[in-house]
Design a protein around this ligand. Structure first.
Ligand code: ATP
Length: 240
């Protein structure tokens, strides 16, 4: 089922916060079925890139194509309806709702209730800790469990493309490994993943391709295996 058309393509996308020029002509391409990562220092514009794809921030210029269709003028709920889910940085789960209610929210656009129940079971298989805590309020979960819940909630929409913002942020090393294993499992299940990470090593290890961002621009794009060997990347992002 190989197709030449990328699942997502950004063409020369510019985004501003008032007069701050956060994205200065971003172009990238996410093939269907792959994990692609976006790495870079704090403030480079990684989160803004995901927010712009999802329609939370408006692209002032350029094009964003999803399955060949322009989406740069759509609102987040319209982007979601096309099959894109976003797991924002910092988790942002609903503290006063139970684990199950948070997961159900992820499926709010769906009408196939039986499949929703099955997908919730799948989330519990991926994250057994969430099953144990399914009746517990989100706010009482640990940081790692909240991160799992945020990812699980995104999966409940059965996304074609999952935008993951810093899933390993603030997690203990053991949990970081678990999260990356889970990202691989989610991808094996058929979901394409655009992964923003400061943990460049782990991100490049599970990705097919990677982009490196500096001050609003893509400065390097290559196969992840090549970026892992790139001297500039090693020095700046891999601590070698
Ligand atoms: P981090 O890893 O710290 O989240 P990032 O690479 O995701 O960094 P962005 O959060 O996208 O970077 O920020 C890109 C630029 O836009 C930075 O200069 C930042 O200060 C600015 N910026 C981000 N959000 C806003 C906002 N809501 N209002 C104004 N400026 C913003």
């Amino acid at each position: 089922m190989a197709s030449q058309q990328p699942l997502l393509e950004m063409r020369n996308v510019h985004t501003y916060y008032d007069n701050i020029h956060a994205l200065k002509g971003i172009s990238c391409s996410i093939p269907a079925g792959d994990i692609v990562c976006l790495i870079g220092a704090n403030g480079a514009g990684k989160t803004t890139t995901l927010m712009t794809i999802f329609g939370v921030q408006r692209a002032s210029r350029g094009e964003i194509l999803f399955q060949g269709q322009p989406i740069q003028d759509l609102r987040p709920e319209q982007v979601a309806a096309r099959g894109v889910a976003q797991t924002p940085e910092g988790r942002q789960i609903f503290a006063q709702m139970t684990t199950m209610e948070n997961l159900e929210l992820g499926a709010y656009l769906r009408t196939d209730q039986e499949e929703v129940v099955r997908d919730m079971e799948n989330v519990f298989t991926l994250f057994p800790a969430l099953k144990e805590r399914r009746h517990q309020l989100g706010g009482t979960l640990s940081g790692g469990e909240q991160q799992m819940l945020a990812i699980g909630r995104s999966l409940m929409s059965r996304p074609i493309l999952l935008l993951l913002d810093e899933p390993s942020l603030g997690l203990a090393p053991k949990l970081v490994e678990r999260i990356f294993d889970t990202i691989l499992e989610i991808n094996k299940g058929g979901t394409t993943i655009f992964l923003v990470e400061q943990n460049a090593h782990m991100a490049l290890n599970i990705s097919a391709n990677g982009y490196v961002m500096e001050t609003g621009q893509i400065v390097l794009a290559d196969k992840a295996s090549a970026l892992l060997e790139n001297e500039q990347v090693k020095k700046a992002y891999l601590g070698e």
